[in-house]
Design a binder for this molecule. Structure first.
Ligand code: GDP
Length: 189
C-alpha cells in the first residue's frame, strides 16, 4: 500500500477507476491504526494525521487492486458549526456520485454507545443506498463475552440485518484477515 495523495475536492480524486473502499468513523475511533494494520505497515496512515491533511480526503493505493479512502473523522463534540459544515461538504462531495466507490467501511468503538453522529451517518448511507461493512475497533480492550454482546448492539444500532459486525484489533491483528475477506467479497462484481 502506498500513499497516493490528498484531495480537497472532486477535481483531485484519482481517475484510474480502481474500486474504492471509504473509511468512515468518529475521530479517534482507530481509523489510522486500522489502515496501517490492513496494509501490514506501521506508519503509513500517519501521513493522514499530519497537520493540514486531517481536513482532506486521503487516498492509499493497494497494488493494482483498490484504493483505501481515508475520509476525515467526525463527531468532535466541540467542533464549531462551520467546521461541521465543511466536513459535510467534503465528505458528501466524495460519497455522492463517486462511481468507483464500492464499499463504505463504517468504524465504531465498541466501548461507547452509538452517538447521534453515528446514527446520522447510518441514515445517510441508507438513504443513498451506499453499501457498508461495520468494524468494531480496539476489540483487544474488551473481553470476548463483552465483544459478542456489543456486537449485537452495534448490529442493531448502525449495522443492518444482512451484515455482520467484524471485531478488529490493530494492536493484536485479530479480525484483520476476516475484514480483508469481507472487503474482497464486497468488491466482487
Ligand atoms: P483515528 O483518529 O481514528 O485515526 O484513530 P487512531 O488510529 O489515531 O487511534 C486513536 C487511539 O486509539 C490511539 O491512541 C491508538 O493507539 C488507539 N488505538 C487504535 N487502534 C487500537 C487497537 O486496536 N487497540 C488498542 N488498544 N488501541 C488502539
Amino acid at each position: 500500500m502506498t500513499f497516493a495523495g490528498s484531495a480537497a475536492g472532486p477535481a483531485q480524486f484519482p481517475r484510474d477507476g480502481l474500486p474504492e473502499v471509504a473509511f468512515l468513523g468518529r475521530s479517534n475511533v482507530g481509523k489510522s491504526s486500522l489502515l496501517n494494520a490492513l496494509s501490514g505497515q506501521k506508519d503509513l496512515a500517519r501521513v493522514s494525521a499530519q497537520p493540514g491533511r486531517t481536513r482532506l480526503v486521503n487516498f492509499f493505493r493497494v497494488d493494482d487492486e483498490l484504493y483505501f479512502v481515508d475520509l476525515p473523522g467526525y463527531g468532535y463534540a466541540r467542533a464549531p458549526a462551520a467546521e461541521r459544515e465543511g466536513w459535510e461538504r467534503l465528505v458528501t462531495s466524495y460519497l455522492l456520485g463517486r462511481d468507483p466507490l464500492a464499499l463504505c467501511l463504517f468504524l465504531v468503538d465498541p466501548r461507547h454507545e452509538a452517538q447521534g453522529s453515528d446514527e446520522m451517518l447510518r441514515d445517510f448511507l441508507d438513504r443513498h443506498g451506499l453499501p457498508r461493512v461495520v468494524a468494531a475497533t480496539k476489540a483487544d480492550k474488551l473481553g470476548r463475552g463483552e465483544v459478542s454482546r456489543r456486537r449485537q448492539e452495534i448490529r442493531r444500532g448502525v449495522g443492518s440485518s444482512a451484515l455482520d459486525v467484524i471485531p478488529v484489533s490493530a494492536r493484536t491483528g485479530d479480525g484483520i484477515d476476516e475484514l480483508w475477506r469481507a472487503i474482497r467479497a464486497a468488491l466482487k462484481p
